[in-house]
Design a protein around this ligand. Structure first.
Ligand SMILES: [Zn+2]
Length: 191
């Protein structure tokens, strides 16, 4: 299918081996906002993963599941499912104070593939200007913040799409819906 990100030979083999029509990946480690109190903990996991070979890394991820800082689940923070209004695919799960995602704490991207193409999140972007979350969807919708980029075309594109970047508005490109942690974790990781 032209225009959509295509799938590697390895990815197709994975589908065949496991008799799957489609496989979904949820990032085991989160993207954090700047100056997050969980930065150090995340760095420790990242360093550990980097020191392992592929098979060991898979085992490690299986053992820790998704790394969610305990204080997030203890406090008054909710998790939200982010979907693309254009193609309806899930892009991420985000811990935030509310559905505006203005005050967000951790983001886990979601992408999936079948034998022909990728769906969902291709890139997570934290704005260097306001720390807001942006996403690039496999369908082409893109709310990454390029206002600090040298490329004038990219800069202008962000400027034109400012309303699409927000959450909870009629013009928002992506929508955030509260979804309890249990439902998305069990479905995607613990199943
Ligand atoms: Zn999309």
């Amino acid at each position: 299918m032209a225009g959509f990100p295509s799938v590697s030979h390895e990815a197709r083999q994975h589908l065949l081996e496991h008799k799957l029509k489609r496989a979904t990946i949820v990032s085991p480690l989160p993207v954090l906002p700047p100056h997050s109190p969980f930065e150090q903990e995340l760095l420790t996991h990242r360093a550990k993963l980097a020191s392992l070979n592929n098979d060991q890394a898979k085992q490690y991820v299986r053992a820790i599941g998704v790394f969610i800082p305990q204080t997030l689940t203890d406090n008054n923070v909710s998790s939200f499912e982010i979907t693309c209004k254009s193609c309806q695919e899930v892009l991420a799960y985000v811990y935030a104070d509310d559905a505006t995602l203005l005050n967000w704490h951790a983001t886990y991207y979601v992408s999936s593939y079948d034998a022909t193409r990728w769906y969902g999140c291709m890139a997570v972007n934290v704005s260097p200007i306001d720390s807001a979350l942006g996403f690039e969807c496999a369908c082409g919708v893109d709310t990454r913040d390029f206002r600090a980029n040298r490329n004038t075309l990219l800069k202008q594109r962000t400027q034109d799409n400012l309303e699409q970047r927000t959450f909870g508005k009629s013009k928002s490109a992506f929508k955030a819906i509260h979804k309890s942690e249990d439902s998305w974790l069990r479905q995607n990781i613990l199943a």
